[in-house]
Ligand binder design. Structure first.
Ligand code: ZN
Length: 226
């Protein structure tokens, strides 16, 4: 009888290294499992003695795509970039919204209770920004657009937000138009100026109001994109 010996490679999960959840860049929802490829000394094809580690990598548990170990760092970095961009976009949106709502409310030199309630509701949607937003509210309430703050904030929004987001922003601000029951001429004119400041056609105004009355803000954005 003769003894068959040799070597073979086997894949193993790396101990104490948690999978990266839902991170597979290929199938988007697979978990990336940390694996290593180790050579074994075999006797009759059975692994008996572990030899060297040949490779370490991440493998998707859904589509089996394999990635270099550096994928972990790359994914974390890009997630951080995404989080920062989201934070910035949210702040840009919220500031322009509160500035235009406040400005719109004071255009008739009178900020009534219903308008104030709408503005407070809007500020409450962004609790992490409330100090900044209350500051903008107080400032615009006192100064209107004297220092061009309202239009500067709308311009910032125009430069960094999508058209769909801008339409939603103005539709949300337009709540003020209806807060006291009737839309005054200067309110309508101002909303058209806001549309232009955001790079949107002022003809969008009736659509904005119509949809707002139907409380269908999301749909305005979708329609504008088509
Ligand atoms: Zn995958």
């Amino acid at each position: 009888m003769f003894i068959l010996f040799g070597t073979r490679g086997l894949k193993h999960a790396v101990n104490d290294s948690p999978a990266i959840p839902n991170a597979c860049p290929n199938c988007s929802n697979g978990n990336l499992v940390h694996k290593l490829y180790r050579r074994w000394f075999t006797l009759f094809f059975i692994p008996v003695i572990p030899l060297d580690v040949i490779d370490r990598f991440y493998e998707c548990d859904k589509c089996s795509s394999a990635y270099n170990e550096s994928v972990k760092e790359v994914l974390e970095r890009s997630q951080e970039e995404i989080d920062n961009a989201e934070k910035e976009a949210k702040a840009t949106y919220a500031k322009a919204l509160i500035a235009s709502m406040t400005h719109m409310s004071t255009i008739d030199n009178h900020l009534d209770e219903a308008e104030e309630r709408e503005i407070n509701d809007a500020i409450a949607q962004f609790p992490e920004l409330s100090a900044d937003l209350v500051g903008i509210y107080e400032h615009v309430k006192l100064n209107g657009n004297k220092d061009n703050q309202v239009f500067n904030l709308l311009n910032e929004a125009r430069n960094s937000l999508s058209q769909e987001a801008l339409v939603n922003l103005l539709a949300q601000a337009a709540v003020i138009l209806l807060a006291d029951g009737n839309i005054e001429k200067e309110e309508e004119a101002l909303m058209k100026e806001y549309l232009i400041a955001c790079g949107l056609p002022k003809d969008l105004y009736p659509t904005l109001i119509g949809k707002l009355k139907a409380k269908d803000i999301k749909e305005i954005g979708a329609e504008q994109l088509n």
